[in-house]
Design a protein around this ligand. Sequence first.
Ligand code: ZN
Length: 193
Amino acid sequence: MALDKADRVRVGSRRRQQDLPDTPAASTPEQPATRDAVPAMTDLLPAAEGLLDQLHSARIPITVRGMAKQCWRCGFDDLAVVLVHVTDEFGVYSVIEACKDTPLAYAREILVRARHPLIASIKVRRSKTARETYLSNGCNNCDALYGAFGLGEDVAGVQANEAVASLPILAETERPEIEWILLAAERDGLYDG
Ligand SMILES: [Zn+2]
């Protein structure tokens, strides 16, 4: 086992030097590599590394959709960001609810690049009902929070009726496929240990 580990470290060092021929950190062994993006990748088995290489340059089309929402406080006919999906694919594996936290942050970042006006209503707000503070949708008129739980139930209903395609498109873009895999892994609870 010790030999295996040493082999992996050597392979990792070679790989870093190949990848970063001009980086000082790569040519000074006593210093750790300064590129933080992929330090754990030196520990991958070759088969997994092959998959990662395939993913490295793969890109997929992503769509962000909203849902009509009437403000519970002021009655404003509004729109909330509710999901992201692989463009033209609507199955459960291709749709990720994005009503709060990381998925909503991801949808927001796509909308920022698209300069969509709805980004102004996505903020960290305090929910008295849920007794927590989270990145949320809110009213574009009075800033009332649209609870993620209620929106999530609405999204589940839309998915159950196979009506995702009927929701308004807010943005369409192309993103590295690895982003989608990471989001899907979080959705599926793979980071919970
Ligand atoms: Zn309102």
